[in-house]
Structure formats: C-alpha cells, structure tokens
Ligand binder design. Structure first.
Ligand SMILES: O=C(O)C1=C[C@@H](OP(=O)(O)O)[C@@H](O)[C@H](O)C1
Ligand SMILES: C=C(OP(=O)(O)O)C(=O)O
Length: 437
C-alpha cells in the first residue's frame, strides 16, 4: 500500500547540515568485491539504500533470498559446494538494477544453480547484452520467461572458453561493470572490447578505481579494457556519501531565495561522476565550497546562461536538473537521455507527464530534448506521480520551494537509494506530512 507525503511551501531560506547515506553505486560494487575476495576486502560505511541492503543480505546469507554461493571450488569448501549445488534457488533482487546486473555476473561463475529475478519492472529491463557476453565467456544461462530479460537461470557449470569478448557500450554501463568485477577471478582474465560509444563512463571508471583499491590492476587502451587473472589484496573500501542524493539538495538551493547547506563527507575528488552536479549547479548561482570535511552550498541570485546540458555521463542527474530548469522557466536543451527509458521507469515519459502539471513540455527532437516553458504556470497545489522511481519523488520534491502544496504519491519509494530523504528535509525547515489514508 502506497502512502503519499505532503510538503507545504518552504519559507525560501534553506539552512542546515545533512549527512547523506553512502553511495549506492560504490557500495554495490564494494559488496561484490568483498564477496569475491573471500574475506580479504571489507566495506566501511555501508549505505542504507534499500538496493544495497538487499544485495548485502543476499551476499552475506542473511536474507531469506540468499543461497549459499561457492565460487572456485577448492577442497575446503567442496562439501559446501556439493550441498549448495543440489537445488536451484531463487533470488529476488526487487527493483535494484545494478544489483541484478552485478549478481548475474557473480552467479555466472559460481558453482550454484540459481534463478535470478526481480520486480515486475526489472523483468522489463534488458539483460541480454550481459547474458550474451557471459555465455561467450563460458557461462550457462537461460531465460525463464522472455528472451533477453529477467528472470534468468544460471547453471553452476562455468568453464572459461575465451578471455576476449566484445560488448555494446551504449545501452548500460552496468553490463560492463558486472564483467569487470568478476574479471580477475576468471582463470584467463578478461579482455573487453567496448563497441559503440560508452554511456555512463564515470561508472566504469569508478569500478576500475575500486578494483584498484583492492589491488586489481587493469589497462584501458582505446576501447579495450584488460584485467589479468589476479588476487585481491587485504584492504578496506570506504564508501563516500552519495552525490546523486546530494543533487536534490543542490536543486532545493537552486530554487531557494537564500541557502546555506552543509553536506559532510563530500569531496571534489569523488569516484562518483555525479559530483559534476557542483559544476552544473554553479550555473544556477550555487557556490560549492569544499571545507571542514564536506561541501558548503550557498546561493547567489544570478541569471542562468547555459542552454545545453549533456547527461550521458550522469544520467541519474537528469530528473533533478530538468525539474530545476522547468521550475525556473529556463528553456534548456538536454542530450544523452537515451538510457533513461530503461531505468526504474521510462523517465522521459514520466518527466513529460509530470512537467505537464506545471504547463512545461519536454519535447523530443532526435537526440535532443528541449524544454518549452511558454505555457508554464505555478499551481497552488500539485500531485506528483512517482512510477516506482525514487528519483521522480526526490527530483519533484524541491517544487515545494515554489508551490503551496506538493503531494508526492509514494513516500516510501525513496528508500531505494535515500531512505532518510524526508527526515533530512525536516532538518532544512520542511515539514513533510505523511498521509496514512
Ligand atoms: O553502475 C552504476 O552504479 C550505475 C550506472 C548507471 O546506469 P547505466 O550504466 O545503465 O546508465 C546509473 O544510472 C545507475 O543508477 C547506477
Ligand atoms: C538507475 C538507477 O538504479 P538501478 O539501475 O541500479 O536500478 C538509479 O538509481 O537511478
């Protein structure tokens, strides 16, 4: 049952300190690395994002969904391997896209028979490119329902056939990350040829950097990433606060009259590509000062000049930025939105539908999407549908800087990446009211 939440208009002066949870992207990688490393790698500052909690539970065996997994059978765990192999277990990853893709690769090289499934939306999010790549490497994977989509059945009979494979880079970088995460465990390593343009590139860089922290070496020349077979070193992986979550605070500041916000733990040298939000929001008068172990945001009134934003490297910021532009009546254009259609919902369609409620159009013209604010208005109240997408709820919440009453359809949807979102809003002077109807 969904409960909505109501935000009354904020007084315009936003002040506060908000400690953001750990990055979902970093944490999901760290958990897979930890699991593959047989205890050598430890994760510090685990995120409380629901996607991460689910993945952690599955990998650590504390979730009802978690099977016993054995990777690379040696004498010590042979008995365990035989026991674990006896039946096919089903793992349900819910709406967690990265976890679905990473676990596909992880289970593909395990000795278990696993059915990996997810939410209804997950069954519409393509996985064929990754499955084909893993099959070429030697994995035995079948589709349980629709060809190219979860659920999938992974058989514990991996024998590496080749180390060289090609993969399309323009649909989701998560397929590439999934392969890179297991690469060092493959007996012959991996030489991955990325065909076509690479989307979401900073996420691949994040993967390689985190593997590097665990002593996994790679080379990346032109479009070829190579990782030889090698072992993890003993180390701890520290998870930074989530920059995608920080983007909603930048949005709130951008729509405020005055802002003074402190977000501890964020640095400009983040592994997260979404740290580019600091640079993007400078266009909207937001100054980011990195000091005292975090970032301080302040606001200066200033006309927005930049007209084109390319979101290919930071797709998760698209909703945040487009809503801010629409709210300000700034008729910007956006490129790099192609992958938005296969995320938690079709985010382009969801944006178009919700922005229509303030008279703004997001018009598709080939690769370019343009905002038309000619009929924009600020209603007295608005109801925002969330489409089972955390980022729809969080990207539209900042409208409460302008609109008297903003009601968001599903309060709990934010749990996927930022469970404390509504509580944190209270720290900055919002008064969210849960509707228990
Ligand atoms: O690797 C990751 O952690 C992610 C990669 C991106 O997906 P795509 O590569 O599918 O764009 C991003 O949208 C997602 O939220 C997290
Ligand atoms: C796309 C996202 O997540 P995922 O693909 O992991 O479901 C997201 O968090 O915006």
């Amino acid at each position: 049952m969904k409960h909505s939440i109501i935000l009354s208009k904020h007084n315009g002066n936003v002040k506060g300190t908000v400690q953001l949870t750990g990055s979902k992207s970093e944490c999901n990688r760290a958990l897979i690395i930890e699991a593959l490393s047989n205890g050598k790698v430890k994760v510090v500052n685990v995120s409380d994002a629901a996607d991460t909690v689910t993945l952690s539970g599955i990998l650590k065996g504390t979730s009802s969904e978690s099977p016993k997994v054995v990777i690379g059978t040696d004498e010590k765990n042979e008995v365990e391997a035989i026991e674990a192999k006896q039946e096919t277990e089903t793992v349900n990853i819910g709406p967690a896209g990265t976890a679905m893709r990473f676990l596909t690769a992880y289970y593909a090289i395990s000795d278990n028979d696993i059915i990996l499934t997810g939410s209804e939306r997950m069954k519409q999010r393509p996985i064929g490119i990754l499955v084909n790549a893993l099959r070429k490497l030697g994995a035995n994977i079948e589709y349980e329902e629709k060809e190219g989509y979860p659920p999938i059945k992974l058989k514990g009979s991996f024998e590496q056939l080749t180390s060289k494979i090609s993969i399309k880079g323009n649909i989701s970088s998560q397929y590439i990350t999934a392969l890179l995460l297991i690469a060092a465990q493959l007996p012959f390593g991996l030489e991955l040829h990325i065909e076509s343009e690479l989307t979401s590139r900073p996420y691949v860089e994040m993967t390689l950097a985190m593997l590097g922290q665990a002593n996994i070496r790679h080379t990346w020349t032109d479009n070829i990433i190579s990782i030889p077979h090698q072992d993890f070193a003993e180390t701890s992986l520290h998870i930074e606060p989530d920059w995608s979550a920080a983007s909603y605070w930048y949005a709130i500041a951008a729509l405020s009259d005055e802002a003074e916000l402190f977000l501890p733990g964020l640095t400009p040298y983040s592994l997260q590509g979404d740290s580019v939000i600091a640079e993007i929001m400078a266009n909207f008068g937001i100054t980011s000062q990195f000091k005292d172990g975090g970032v301080k945001l302040t606001k200066e009134a200033k006309p927005v000049i930049r007209k084109i934003f390319d979101m290919k490297a930071c797709p998760d910021l698209a909703q945040t930025l487009i809503v801010v532009c629409a709210a300000l009546g700034h008729e910007a254009s956006f490129t790099g939105l192609e992958t938005l259609k296969i995320k938690e919902t079709d985010r382009v369609l969801a944006l178009q539908t919700e922005l229509a409620k303030i008279g703004v159009k997001l018009i598709e013209n080939g690769q370019v999407y343009k905002l038309d604010c000619s009929e924009r208005f600020i209603p007295d109240s608005i109801f925002i549908n969330t489409y089972d997408d955390h980022r729809m709820a969080m990207a539209f919440a900042p409208l409460a800087m302008l609109i008297n009453k903003v009601e968001i359809e599903d309060a709990d949807v934010v749990e996927k990446s930022y469970p404390a979102f509504w509580k944190d809003l209270e720290k900055a002077g919002f008064k969210p009211e849960y509707q228990h109807n």
